[in-house]
Design a binder for this molecule. Structure first.
Ligand code: ARG
Length: 563
């Protein structure tokens, strides 16, 4: 419908394509202002006329068509009142298509998303939960737009800390304990190392020596290190399984250890490498940034060196049009430096293809979360706690429900994900159980419940068949139109979410759809005697159900038929 309106407008305006016009068209806040509005403010400059005048001229020059009942102007807006029946049909027809809101804009192009990336031998904490959830949603959104998306887990699995860990393990570790307690025990050993090194600084030299051995391929060192990696990955994968999320590559920092030398020589031949107290740096003063450290004074590479190597590797391997990095805001400078170094090496594409996607903190204020030893919070425990709490609620409200465990998992995990994605990613996220698990609030469970409600309605009406024709004239009441208007926003929501790297656009859309559906449900009776009315209304339930499922899917949230 928007396309058709844009086609009506286009011949009367020079210099704007139908695409431009579509992006300007708005949906007015109140139905009495029309169904679509075209604002003329932006045209005032090029047309050298007052926007109101442009609106009036435009309104009177558009010819009559069957799908527009009336065109009126209000200030600088041209408001279109569409023929309800045609409008309803056009929304339902597009919503029924399998590829509704999908597109092929990304066809043949690839995108790398670097996200989650926990640090080996450390716990998978709440910050990593956020990058995992956001990164996964961006993966789904870009895939829907036709891109080939590579999900990369850039594990923190290399660096001097592993030298420390080897020293600690050899001095105070116990194989059985590491096997039974996993990451928690590795963290304890790491803390122990620092306590001891405060008293005996020579331990630091030992640690450096072990890392040096690792860098030179020493068998014993690498064997212990690999064991630490495996233990950690096993734990992280438990969390990914709970979330129902996966990766295409677990290529961590260690993957690039033989690729940093090339970076150093490229920087050096480009004359970009400078000595600084024995270390090698790239001076970025001209760009108002601290220097980017490339080699430490003992010659070892660092986090940034490996990130630079990774960019070249990914460009060569995937030929990405974008490489996205989902990490906390505290890494803003790191990525600005790394991206600048790539650009200085003669790669202009760095400017718009490398993107850091930061997100806000997790505030635990007021939230009671279980902690393991050392008072650290594990993402896994948060998810398990959410699942348990949902189980209690189900036990209380619907004890006879089938498959309670699965429902509790889908709803509990969904609640945590939705809570993360409902606000703009840069905002902080808090964990208040009463709030995020509330079935009546602006929550995941509320949207999932709306889905289950749709499913239950359709289960009870066995003679509805979505491929049969319905009478659109029976669907012109305001609650139905309001719901359909929300549904019609889906394709734009997907595009906006991708453009802004903002899954919250989809979360808001899902919430709006659920709320509009529940208003519809309160205002019209669905299971009525009259078969034509019943079928027409069932169609609305049917498309709502599909769209909620699709939108929640883009967030990484599942649905259940009963809850
Ligand atoms: N391991 C890092 C951390 O936990 C995140 C890595 C992000 N990705 C990257 N390519 N630097 O903070």
């Amino acid at each position: 419908m928007v396309n058709k309106i844009a086609e009506l407008i286009a011949p009367h305006i020079e210099g704007l394509s139908a695409e431009d016009i579509i992006s300007l068209i708005e949906i007015p806040p109140r139905p009495d202002m029309g169904d679509f509005a075209f604002p003329c403010f932006r045209l005032a400059k090029t047309m050298r006329k007052a926007p109101q005048l442009i609106a009036n001229e435009l309104a009177s020059s558009i010819e009559n068509t069957d799908f527009i009942d009336e065109i009126k102007t209000e200030g600088a807006y041209v408001n279109f009142y569409v023929n309800k029946e045609i409008y309803v049909k056009s929304i339902i027809d597009s919503a029924l298509e399998d590829d509704y809101a999908s597109s092929d804009e990304g066809k043949g192009q690839s995108i790398c998303i670097d996200y989650s990336s926990p640090n080996v031998a450390k716990n998978f904490h709440v910050g990593h939960l956020r990058t995992t959830i956001i990164g996964n949603s961006l993966y789904k959104i870009y895939s829907k737009l036709g891109y080939t998306v590579h999900r990369i887990n850039h594990l923190g699995d290399w660096g001097t800390q592993f030298g420390k860990l080897i020293v600690a393990y050899k001095a105070w570790g116990d194989e059985e304990k590491v096997k039974s307690d996993g990451v928690a025990e590795l963290m304890r050993l790491y803390v122990k190392f620092h306590e001891e090194a405060d008293k005996n600084p020579e331990l630091n030299d030992e640690a450096r020596a072990w890392f040096n051995k690792m860098e030179h391929g020493d068998e014993e060192a690498l064997k212990i290190w690999q064991w630490f990696v495996d233990i950690s990955l096993t734990e992280y994968k438990r969390t990914y399984n709970l979330l129902g999320m996966d990766f295409d590559y677990f290529t961590g920092e260690s993957f690039y250890r033989d690729k940093t030398e090339k970076v150093v020589s490229a920087l050096s031949s480009a004359g970009l490498l400078k000595d600084s107290e024995g270390a090698k740096i790239v001076d970025l003063e001209e760009y108002n940034m601290a220097p980017c450290l490339i080699l430490k004074n003992d010659g070892s590479s660092i986090y940034a060196t490996r990130d630079i190597a990774a960019i070249f590797y990914r460009k060569e391997t995937f030929n990405f049009v974008k490489c996205l990095y989902v990490t906390g805001q505290e890494q803003k400078l790191h990525f600005a430096q790394v991206f600048k170094v790539i650009e200085l090496l003669g790669n202009d594409w760095a400017k718009d293809q490398l993107v850091h996607i930061p997100y806000g903190l997790v505030s635990l204020e007021g939230a009671k979360l279980s902690t393991r030893s050392g008072n650290v919070i594990y993402a896994e425990d948060i998810l398990l706690e959410a699942i348990d709490k949902i189980k209690e609620i189900i036990q209380d409200k619907n004890p006879d429900l089938d498959d309670k465990d699965n429902v509790a998992k889908v709803v509990g995990v969904g609640a945590v994900i939705f809570n993360d994605l409902y606000n703009q990613r840069i905002k902080d996220v808090s964990f208040k159980w009463e709030k995020l698990l509330n079935f009546n609030g602006e929550t995941g469970p509320y949207v999932q419940y709306t889905y289950a409600r749709c499913a239950s309605i359709l289960r009870k009406i066995s003679d509805f068949n979505p491929s049969e024709k319905i009478d659109y004239s029976l669907l012109t009441d305001s609650a139905t139109i309001d719901l359909l208007k929300v549904i019609s926003r889906y394709p734009k929501a997907v595009k906006d979410a991708a453009e802004k790297y903002e899954p919250s656009v989809i979360a808001r859309f899902a919430m709006d759809t659920a709320q509009a559906f529940n208003k519809f449900y309160d205002s019209v009776k669905i299971n009525v005697e009259d078969a034509d009315v019943r079928n027409a209304r069932c169609m609305i339930v049917y498309i709502t159900k599909n769209i909620i499922k699709d939108a929640l899917g883009l967030l990484g949230i599942g649905c259940v038929e009963q809850m």
